[in-house]
Write a protein that binds this ligand. Structure first.
Ligand code: GDP
Ligand code: IMO
Ligand code: MG
Length: 430
């Protein structure tokens, strides 16, 4: 086994960054394949917190090459800031450490302006986006009006295309009541970004093909989560990329038969940031308990995350959609101290019991979760070093989930630090 894809099984923020960091100890490559600076992946190393939006979460392991694939939409301003911060920490962020696909699309200022303007104008039907320009950039990619990073190093080509595109965007911005974008400023700034990033640009597909042939350990780091997927999520309250494991291939240029294992990350409860349906959302004091104890505030926008009970219908669906054969459970420590814990094992819809997520948000909004109640546990489990030391009630919670899903847990995360993790099986060692 050498190629592992990691995806979130809920609505994002499952703790993917932390698990990626832990597993990177044995990885030669860590690769982002979709999303952009809407992602916020947190690592806590020696009590210091790092949040990455674009840089893959394996960056702190010296032996690992970090790659940004073609499926990612890159905001050069954010990326360069992240590179500079890491360099200031004394890290090697040379082109042998960080590689970026020439084919990755570029977030332009008008993407961010349009994202913001649409959210502002939407009033009652806001999607609650991160306003990072993600939707408008993927729109332009599909419309074949986007810029790829490689375009920034051909000034004349870039100039001509940019002029006509800005003309069109300014008509839309004017309609939305926003200020026009100034061509010259954007052109000059983006050419500079191109010069800065040029040494990092490469053909990622070829690099990964070579790595796979040499049987190197490659870890694909998903962003967002299964139910933010553009096709299979709670549309339209989703992001604008395919977040599923299948996109690890399209988003990097590795073929589908070259993926060996997909691991799903499950947060021990559910959160969602932004608008959209959320059947197991908690509407009493326990929501605030989880938010405070789990520090559930968006890593990218700082917004309070909505909190709810673990929904196994979602996770079961994610297992099917992603071919998940291994699981990691995170934030189990956050549930410590609760009298009782609940797990959703079905929904009631129009008086009938169903065990799937309907396609329409109108239907999802009317689901009534069916819960299995389990005893809680009081003990703080953060510093536990092996599985056997966990309280019996905690073990029962884990076992109930595992039996329902029929997929084994490889890791159990019990705190934000690297060390707060029980590794039951390392996928790179099987
Ligand atoms: P990601 O987007 O999936 O990488 O997740 P985020 O980083 O946005 O959010 C997860 C948050 O939970 C971060 O603040 C992590 O430091 C933290 N975290 C990760 N695993 C654990 C855990 O097992 N316990 C606790 N208490 N916090 C965790
Ligand atoms: P990570 O990788 C949680 C949500 C936004 C909004 C919707 C669309 O940290 O898990 P977008 O800006 O993508 O157009 O917003 O998707 N969203 C996330 N929620 N975690 C994320 O990433 C998210 N990225 C986007 O809040 O509801
Ligand atoms: Mg996050």
């Amino acid at each position: 086994m050498s190629t592992l894809v990691i995806v979130g099984t809920q609505w994002g923020d499952e703790g993917k960054g932390k698990i990626v960091d832990v597993l990177t100890k044995k990885a030669d490559y860590v690769v982002r394949f979709q999303g952009g600076a809407n992602a916020g992946h947190t690592l806590v190393i020696n009590q210091k917190k790092y949040i990455f939006h674009l840089i893959p979460s394996g960056i702190f392991w010296p032996q690992t090459v970090c790659i940004i694939g073609n499926g990612v939409v890159v905001d050069p301003e954010v990326l360069i800031e992240e590179i500079e911060k890491l360099k200031n920490e004394g890290l090697n962020i040379n082109p042998d450490k960080l590689m970026i696909s020439e084919r990755a699309h570029v977030i332009m200022p008008y993407h961010k302006a349009l994202d913001l303007a649409r959210e502002k104008k939407a009033k009652h039907h806001k999607l609650g986006t991160t306003c990072r320009g993600i939707g408008p950039c993927y729109e332009d990619k599909a419309a074949r009006k986007g810029f790829r990073l490689i375009d920034l190093i051909y000034p004349n080509f870039f100039k001509e295309k940019l002029k006509s595109i800005i003309e069109e965007k300014n008509v839309i911005l004017k309609y939305l009541g926003e200020k026009p974008i100034e061509f010259k400023e954007v052109y000059e700034r983006y050419i500079k970004y191109g010069e800065y990033l040029k040494p990092y640009l490469t053909d990622v597909s070829q690099i990964l093909w070579g790595a796979k042939k040499e049987n190197k350990n490659i870890l694909f780091e998903g962003a967002q989560g299964t139910f933010l997927d553009l096709d299979h999520g709670t549309y339209p309250y989703v992001t604008s990329s395919n977040t599923l494991a299948g996109n690890a291939c399209c988003g990097t240029g590795l073929g589908p038969l070259d993926v060996d294992l997909v691991m799903g990350i499950i947060k021990a409860y559910t959160t969602r940031v932004g608008s959209g349906p959320f059947p197991t959302e908690i509407k009493n004091h326990i929501e605030e308990y989880l938010r405070t104890k789990g520090n559930e505030y968006g890593s990218t926008t700082g917004r309070p995350r909505r909190c709810g009970w673990l929904d196994l219908i979602l996770v079961k669906t994610a297992i099917r959609l992603n071919s998940i054969k291994a699981l990691a459970l995170t934030k189990l420590d956050v549930l410590s101290g609760l009298e009782k814990v609940k797990i959703c094992i079905g929904y009631e819809y129009k008086g009938k019991k169903i065990d799937y997520l309907p396609s329409s948000v109108l239907e999802i909004n009317n689901l009534k979760p069916i819960y299995q109640e389990l005893p809680g546990w009081k003990k703080d489990i953060k510093n536990i070093k092996n599985f056997e030391e966990l309280p019996n009630e905690t073990k029962l919670y884990i076992k109930t989930i595992e039996e329902y899903l029929g997929i084994p847990f490889y890791l159990i995360s019990i705190g934000p630090e690297r060390e707060n993790c029980l590794i039951l099986k390392n996928p790179f060692e099987s």
